[in-house]
Write a protein that binds this ligand. Structure first.
Ligand SMILES: [Zn+2]
Length: 559
């Protein structure tokens, strides 16, 4: 049966997350913010000036603008927690009583916090709460009656951001003179100071909060568009679910490279597949007959509106012209370029916003918002996934996916082989995955340890295997987003050719590895422009083994 002949209700059959219990002080149902419930704040260097091992309340000095910034968060209904490493307790530099006096002084100056989470240990204790371990973030989320993915943490060093990411929370780095350059390079979200971090948190929260559309203006059919590859389609999923929540019928126009991912998206009723020569990386010449055929197919949809999703380097305008010619009355898209009469909703987004939020903000600008019982996470239609092959054994294995459509973002095969060997030696069952054209690489990697699944899976089959993994080790490529959509933690071997903050695995526990400051940074290169692929080739397989350990113990994954 073709997709466009299926019963629409079947294509909407993905299970919906029931949401955490919201008893007590949480926002009332219907007004729950889309992105975040809580802001977690590092203490020393973030809220107050860093006085090493301070046990003296008299030495507490808030950073400039802290009180007003925190009050803006409180006024927006966000709860606040402090998450702080205080190894001075373990080392006996101050007593617990002195620390309580310091915290009382902080509340006197900065107002009340809803929770205080303190790690009293030293690095040598090997606890699971000292940042960069994710334990404090999980504990804060529990205490605030939410989940880590609904928290954003603000801190001044790499340990803070790493703890947030390992828990699946967002992390904002506010550098100080002690912040190391490589920590700044690796951060996906940077702010100049605490007030600026707070302003951006509130701006992002507001940007996905839809303008309300009167009941009489609700649309029947919305045409959504996301061309490009599987990963691009997957990260647009939350925005498409937002559209589906307000439309009776959702028709998705995608390209051939994104079709398999489009088939996995909840909320899509019908799919039209057609290449767009202004989007494809290796486009065929524009064929006027093909454009006329596409325009006729779009007209036949009878859509009341269209929402055209793009990456920041793509233009929505050529398609908007075809949509106008197809008679679609209301068209929304992100466009920095002047759209003339092509767009009714011309939306603009600052750089650095995660792709799923960028798309959600466009859906919001067009009047669509995720329902309160949904979460802005990536998702897959469970009924679209095949059963996992029985010969792979129990869930909990590690998937290592060395390849990528763009070789600049692939893990060097020699490194992938060493990673496979190290993971196997550490006791993990390792599955090596790759497409039919990556069999040489997967065989070579599997020879060092693990089971070679190269060429054995299509995208739904790979999704089914990924969904039962304990962790996925992968570059910045489609399977990273599959893992995020399955709620499976990701060890991200991230080549910095595009910004991590926009393209990193979204709202899933993640450890980022690789040199974020390598010369390929922000080049968008498809093949590595630097001899030796240094952004990834310097990764130590022991870092991958440690990352898998941290993610496995973090209480994340599985939704
Ligand atoms: Zn601890």
């Amino acid at each position: 049966m073709r997709q466009d002949q299926e019963d629409p209700d079947q294509r909407r059959s993905a299970p919906v997350y029931a949401g955490a219990g919201r008893a007590g002080s949480g926002p009332v149902e219907g007004t729950r913010p889309v992105l975040y419930d809580a802001v977690l704040l590092d203490r020393d260097g973030t809220l107050i000036e860093d006085v090493p091992y301070n046990g003296d309340p008299e030495k507490v000095r808030p950073v400039p603008g802290a009180r007003a910034a925190l009050d803006r968060l409180r006024a927006a209904g966000l709860r606040l927690a402090v998450v702080t490493n205080q190894s001075g307790l373990a080392r006996g530099y101050f007593s617990e009583e002195q620390m309580r006096a310091v915290h009382a002084r902080i509340e006197e100056l900065l107002g009340r916090f809803d929770a205080w989470l303190v790690c009293p240990h030293d690095d040598a204790d090997g606890c699971d709460c000292r940042k960069p371990a994710p334990g404090l973030v999980h504990a804060a989320a529990r205490e605030l009656d939410t989940s880590a993915s609904r928290c954003v943490l603000v801190g001044d060093i790499g340990r803070d951001v790493a703890a947030a990411m390992a828990a699946g929370a967002a992390g904002v780095l506010v550098p100080t003179p002690v912040t190391r350059p490589e920590e700044i390079a690796a951060a996906g979200w940077l702010a100049n100071d605490l007030p600026a971090a707070v302003d951006e948190i509130l701006r992002r929260q507001q940007a996905v909060h839809a303008v309300s559309v009167p009941a009489g203006e609700r649309v029947g059919t919305t045409l959504v568009v996301r061309s490009d590859s599987a990963g691009d389609v997957l990260v647009t999923g939350p925005a498409i679910r937002a559209v589906a929540a307000g439309a009776q019928r959702v028709v998705l126009l995608c390209g051939p490279r994104g079709r398999a991912a489009a088939d996995l998206l909840p909320g899509v009723d019908e799919i039209i597949e057609h290449p767009l020569p202004w989007i494809d990386p290796a486009p065929a010449p524009v064929d006027p007959d093909a454009m006329r055929t596409l325009t006729a197919r779009l007209a036949a949809v009878g859509a009341d509106e269209a929402v055209v999703f793009t990456s920041f380097h793509q233009s929505a305008l050529p398609l908007a012209l075809l949509l106008r010619m197809a008679g679609i009355r209301r068209i929304a898209a992100i466009s920095d370029d002047y759209p003339g009469a092509l767009l009714d909703v011309r939306h603009r987004v600052p750089v650095g916003v995660p792709e799923p939020e960028r798309a959600l903000s466009l859906a919001a600008a067009a009047g669509h918002r995720l329902p309160v019982n949904d979460e802005p996470v990536l998702r897959l239609r469970q009924d679209a996934l095949p059963s996992r092959p029985a010969d792979l054994g129990d869930p909990g294995y590690v998937v290592l996916h060395p390849g990528s459509d763009a070789s600049s973002r692939a893990c060097p095969p020699e490194l992938a082989a060493r990673i496979a060997g190290s993971l196997t030696a550490a006791g993990h069952r390792v599955l090596i995955t790759g497409g039919p054209d990556e069999r040489d690489v997967t065989a070579r990697v599997a020879a060092a340890g693990g089971t070679d699944l190269g060429g054995r899976t299509d995208l739904p089959g790979l999704a089914a295997i990924v969904a039962d993994a304990g962790a996925v080790v992968v570059g910045n490529t489609g399977p990273a987003h599959l893992a995020a959509a399955a709620g499976v933690p990701v060890v991200s071997l991230f080549a910095p050719t595009v910004p991590f903050g926009q393209w990193g695995p979204y709202r899933v526990p993640t450890v980022r590895l690789g040199d974020a400051g390598a010369p390929c940074r922000d080049t968008r290169a498809a093949s590595c422009p630097v001899p030796g692929h240094p952004c990834l080739s310097g990764i130590d397989p022991a870092e991958v083994v440690e990352a898998v350990r941290v993610l496995a113990g973090g209480g994340g994954g599985g939704r």
